[in-house]
Ligand binder design. Structure first.
Ligand SMILES: *[C@@H]1O[C@H](CO)[C@@H](O)[C@H](O)[C@H]1NC(C)=O
Ligand SMILES: *[C@@H]1O[C@H](CO)[C@@H](O)[C@H](O)[C@H]1NC(C)=O
Ligand SMILES: *[C@@H]1O[C@H](CO)[C@@H](O)[C@H](O)[C@H]1NC(C)=O
Ligand SMILES: *[C@@H]1O[C@H](CO)[C@@H](O)[C@H](O)[C@H]1NC(C)=O
Ligand SMILES: *[C@@H]1O[C@H](CO)[C@@H](O)[C@H](O)[C@H]1NC(C)=O
Length: 474
């Protein structure tokens, strides 16, 4: 009885494969929209798509057939997609690959020891010539770089400065995903990241007494310089955490130490992005760089409370911070890190990822290892739900812990979790005609497999790692 059902289906499948062949010539690219104005556009056509980097004014053509379209004008570089192998000269690319489940395609880096993702197979990562304009790694399909011309016809630029807001920068995951035809997964992940970011941002706009905070940087040199960082990336994070942001005018003279000290003397918190070298003595180094001789008795709030923070709390064995590699991919977590410093009562269950308290007696960074990072439970795929609230004022008497905002124990609200469940349902329904579906839609199967991967990741739940225990410093 069973045979009589299966056989016609098999025959139908074979018949369909024959008639469907010409249809396979179309790429079947997914179309996704953009939520921010990230500095690139994606235009999808039947057998190619165009990624335009509007800041660098470069157009990349991505095609799926064996032959590159010949009748399209204005394309600077063509790539056959999906690409198989990737090189990088910008750490952020590694974070995007990890989030998309493509870390296995990373085979070359300008500085492999600067990579912090312990789940990469270090033995297969070649070193790229730092100065090359034609890559010396012949087997790489594309090299992501801060400079669009670094590797001639396989070079692709990602934004490297902080002129974009955290969400604009993170939305470049869709740009990277286009090289793997994974825009849908990227879209789903980014949407949940943006929802969480905007939700926390909104929740922190009701403070009774907004803290004052600045990002600062000391730069060594013949004439040392002192800067208040006022780029969009840092400003948006401080504003989103409810702090009054960097609205100070830039110093007329960046070498004027006294003017700098005067400009930030109202700070409750300072976030530092200077290079520091004296491990174990970095707080002392910091005071000395900025010219604070007696911080304890200075009468300046951030100095007396020693509230100086950095983003390098989580490093690889070589001491390289993980922030540039993973932080840009998850602005919702970076924002929650900053909120956890400025307003610790907002979510007492949150464990900080990157921020390190430089003013503490123990400035040890957390070195990434299998003890604190489980490669089977990537921390990119699950985004904790944030519930909108207007009652958090930062005032300890009136704030009550919000059970929904604190809810971190379920993946029910996770964007990728939800997408994964939908994909799972589709897969279940499709099982009885699997033969037909697999034969007809090879590339769709590939795409679904990516989602199955996402589902498997989401099932592990939230917070696979617990990088920084906030209570350690209290
Ligand atoms: C590697 O990391 C070091 C220390 O953070 C930095 O000085 C250097 O520029 C990095 N190299 C590359 C190629 O990114
Ligand atoms: C590329 O060049 C760099 C520096 O010149 C060298 O260290 C590396 O081994 C080269 N890589 C390959 C794959 O030839
Ligand atoms: C880049 O140029 C080389 C040498 O001309 C060529 O072999 C290769 O196919 C080109 N790659 C792409 C992606 O256009
Ligand atoms: C500073 O933050 C406020 C919200 O607290 C925002 O309205 C304003 O646009 C921000 N200013 C700048 C220059 O970012
Ligand atoms: C600092 O913290 C690290 C990590 O918790 C710990 O291993 C180390 O022993 C601490 N060092 C001191 C001096 O307390």
């Amino acid at each position: 009885m069973r045979f009589s059902i299966v056989q016609p289906v098999t025959i139908a499948a074979v018949a369909l494969i024959h008639t469907a062949n010409p249809v396979l010539a179309a790429c079947g690219f997914d179309k996704v929209g953009l939520l921010t104005d990230p500095g690139f556009t994606i235009t999808v056509n039947s057998n190619y798509k165009v990624l335009e980097d509007t800041a660098a004014k470069v157009k990349y053509g991505l095609y799926c057939d064996d032959t590159q379209p010949s009748d399209v004008a204005g394309i600077d570089r063509w790539f056959k997609v999906p690409v198989e192998s990737v090189g990088l000269r910008i750490s952020m690319a590694s974070g995007f690959l990890e989030a998309l489940g493509h870390s296995d395609k990373l085979i070359a880096a300008e500085s492999p020891r600067n990579l912090t993702n312990i789940c990469l197979d270090a033995s297969k990562i070649q070193t790229l010539d730092p100065a090359s304009t034609t890559s010396n790694s012949s087997s790489v399909d594309v090299i992501f770089s801060a400079d669009e011309g670094s590797d001639s016809n396989i070079s692709v630029r990602l934004p490297s400065n902080d002129a974009l807001t955290p969400l604009q920068k993170a939305e470049w995951i869709k740009f990277v995903a286009a090289f793997f035809n994974d825009e849908k997964s990227a879209d789903s992940l980014f949407s949940s990241i943006a929802d969480a970011y905007n939700c926390h941002w909104g929740n922190l706009q009701h403070l009774k007494d907004a803290p004052h905070a600045y990002w600062v940087q000391y730069t060594d040199g013949a004439t040392p310089s002192y800067s208040i960082i006022d780029t969009a990336y840092q400003k948006d994070l401080l504003a989103g955490a409810g702090a009054t942001n960097n609205t100070r005018a830039a110093l007329d003279d960046s070498s004027d130490q006294a003017a700098f000290q005067d400009a930030i003397k109202d700070a409750d918190f300072v976030f530092d992005q200077s290079e520091l070298h004296s491990y174990g003595q970095r707080a002392t180094e910091w005071y000395s760089n900025f010219g604070y001789k007696n911080p304890k008795n200075s009468g300046v709030t951030f100095l007396t409370s020693r509230n100086i923070w950095r983003t390098d709390g989580f490093t690889n064995k070589a001491g390289v911070s993980n922030f540039a590699e993973f932080g840009y991919v998850r602005p919702d977590l970076v924002l929650q890190d900053i909120i956890s410093v400025l307003e610790p009562k907002y979510d007492t269950d949150y464990s900080r990822r990157w921020l390190l308290w430089l003013g503490g007696t123990n400035e040890s960074t957390t070195v990434i290892s299998p003890d604190n990072y489980d490669c089977a439970k990537p921390w990119f795929s699950t985004v904790d739900k944030c519930s909108a609230r207007t009652d958090f004022t930062g005032d300890s008497d009136s704030d009550t812990p919000d059970s929904e905002a604190d809810d971190t124990d379920s993946d029910s609200g996770s964007g990728s979790g939800r997408a994964g469940k939908i994909a799972g349902g589709v897969i279940g329904a499709a099982v009885f005609v699997a033969l037909v579906i697999v034969a007809l839609h090879y590339y769709n199967r590939h795409r679904r497999n990516v989602r199955i991967q996402a589902l498997a990741q989401a099932e592990y739940g939230t917070d696979g790692i617990d990088l920084r225990d906030t209570r350690r410093f209290s």
